[in-house]
Design a protein around this ligand. Structure first.
Ligand code: BES
Ligand code: MN
Ligand code: ZN
Length: 506
């Protein structure tokens, strides 16, 4: 779904109509440019009545009496100057959208006491607006006509089909417009990832997901789709074993963005794309199983990332590989106790068919490593319930064999707010997946479940710098925030776009 927002930038001035948004500094302080929008000083009384103190991303709106010109005035809190980091701008943009009921036209006066707002801030604000405005409502046949909402969360025109025209008035609109072009590329990557995660599995199977990846060709991404037959030839029996219980055939999408110098080694991102995870023969309990349509959140993030990088023409060579399967119980499904041989020749005893993500990823990782010899591989996967027990929904689990890569990921996480927390790896954990019948088994028991899953993956990456992000708690079932109304967050796109931008562009 594309954004319903169209955003333009203009010089600072007094807007004439629609909903007008101003920023309020600490204590509810407004600049002259903001007061110029409120000559009657309606805000003065409103702030004191409501106890509005300009706290970051808080917001209050007032209906303007007839004849004034505007429909409503909105103040968005900008918090303390010293605490206003990069994310603060996204959050303020999100808060503005949250207070724009029914608006068809929104004007933002981007000016705040004590700080000069630059192009990056303005672009961040706009990005926050787009991310907050996102809705997955394509299957709602009755669109909202009024402001009452329909149980879909927030109110307003954003929930309707009406486009919302936004004008951001700021000091340097030309520079802001330029910065926004990049932010918009990232926003569309995040939205693509959210859409893929939200899409139900009857609509989005492995074949359909591969088609979605193929669409990135229009942005200049080279996309190859491996079929079941080709994967069989490559001996990806671990992945194929998972897929064999589904009547829908597996796919692997290989995406390449060549934006860097020809001789620069690529960086690679690998995603778990289980379009639905029933658990297979080791079937999951019924309660909440519908959420397993999101078990392709890793693959969605990789696809969204490739979209973002290509759309903003990143000067980097980037590989994206996603393993797409459906994990179903069936007469042909694999059984607990089955032994499969992965592409790199290692044998795996399948103790639990619900530990399928690692079986998909081990072949995808080995394939990526062998074919592309990347500088590093980062895989993303909704891999374990155990990582949710450990970290909840506010950090992804980070496992890595490379301190530099881990440190860089952690700082990209801090900057973007897509936070990661490093977890340990080690021989004591690795031992837990030794098998008496094969080279390894696919589960290590209840203890340290997220770590043994990571140890499993580590056995397939050789000496290549590698990081595994367990996004089970962050890609879906995510809590609502100022820039996301929840469930499918698109986690990973902004994080990894930032990593590439800060460290891997020529
Ligand atoms: N897709 C699940 C992990 C998951 C759980 C993602 C909850 C999002 C929310 C994964 O395939 C799985 O089933 N993992 C098992 C592994 C176990 C059988 C060793 C788990 O975490 O219980
Ligand atoms: Mn599973
Ligand atoms: Zn799974």
């Amino acid at each position: 779904m594309t954004s319903r927002l169209s955003i333009n930038f203009s010089k600072l001035g007094v807007p004439k109509k629609g909903t007008v948004v101003v920023l309020a500094g600490e204590g509810g302080e407004l600049t002259d440019a903001a007061w110029a929008c409120d000559p009657q000083k309606l805000f003065e009384r409103a702030f004191s009545q409501a106890g509005f103190k300009g706290k970051l991303a808080s917001a209050m709106d007032i209906l303007v009496p007839a004849g004034h010109g505007y429909d409503s005035l909105v103040a968005v809190g900008a918090g303390e100057v010293g605490k206003r980091d990069e994310q603060a701008w996204l959050r303020m943009g999100g808060a503005a959208i949250g207070k724009a009921p029914k608006a068809e036209e929104l004007a933002v006066v981007l000016d705040v006491p004590g700080q000069e707002i630059d192009a990056g801030h303005a672009a961040g604000f706009a990005l926050g607006m787009i991310l907050r405005a996102y809705r997955f409502d394509k299957y709602k046949t009755k669109k909202r006509e009024d402001n009452n909402g329909n149980g879909n969360g927030e109110n307003g025109a954003i929930g309707s089909d009406k486009p919302l025209k936004v004008t951001i008035h700021c000091a340097n609109p030309t520079a802001a417009r330029k910065a926004f072009a990049e932010a918009e590329a990232v926003a569309s990557g995040v939205i693509l990832a959210r859409d893929l995660v939200n899409e139900p599995a009857n609509i989005l199977g492995p074949v359909e997901f591969a088609e979605a990846a193929k669409k990135l060709e229009s942005l200049g991404v080279e996309v190859e789709i491996l079929t079941e037959k080709e994967m069989r030839k490559l001996k990806m029996h671990a992945l194929l074993g998972v897929a064999q219980g589904s009547i829908r055939p597996p796919r692997m999408a290989v995406m390449r963005w060549n934006g860097g110098k020809a001789k620069t080694k690529p960086v690679a991102f690998v995603g778990k794309g289980v379009v639905f995870d029933t658990g297979g023969i080791s079937i999951k309990p019924a309660g909440g199983m519908e959420d397993m349509k999101g078990d392709m959140g890793g693959a969605a993030a990789v696809t969204g990332l490739m979209h973002a990088l290509a759309a903003r023409k990143a000067k980097a060579n980037v590989i994206g590989v996603i393993g797409l399967v459906e994990n179903m119980p069936d007469g042909n499904a694999q059984r607990p106790g089955d032994i499969v041989t992965s592409m790199n020749g290692q044998t795996i005893e399948v103790i639990n068919t619900d530990a399928e993500g690692r079986l998909v990823l081990c072949d995808a990782l080995h394939y990526t490593n062998e074919r592309f010899k990347p500088q590093f591989m980062i895989n993303l996967a909704t891999l374990t319930g155990a990582i949710i027990i450990a970290l909840g929904h506010h950090h992804a689990g980070l496992f890595s064999n490379d301190d530099e890569l881990a440190t860089r990921l952690a700082s990209s996480g801090d900057v973007t707010g897509e936070k990661v927390w490093r977890m340990p790896l080690g021989d004591v954990y690795d031992k837990l997946i030794d098998s008496k019948n094969a080279d390894m088994k696919n589960t290590g028991g209840r203890d340290a479940g997220a770590i043994t899953a990571a140890q499993f993956l580590k056995r397939f990456v050789g000496d290549t710098p590698w990081a595994h992000l367990d996004v089970a708690g962050t890609a879906m079932g995510s809590p609502a925030s100022d820039i996301s109304k929840g469930w499918a967050s698109g986690f990973g796109v902004r994080l990894l776009d930032r990593l590439v931008r800060d460290h891997y562009e020529d």
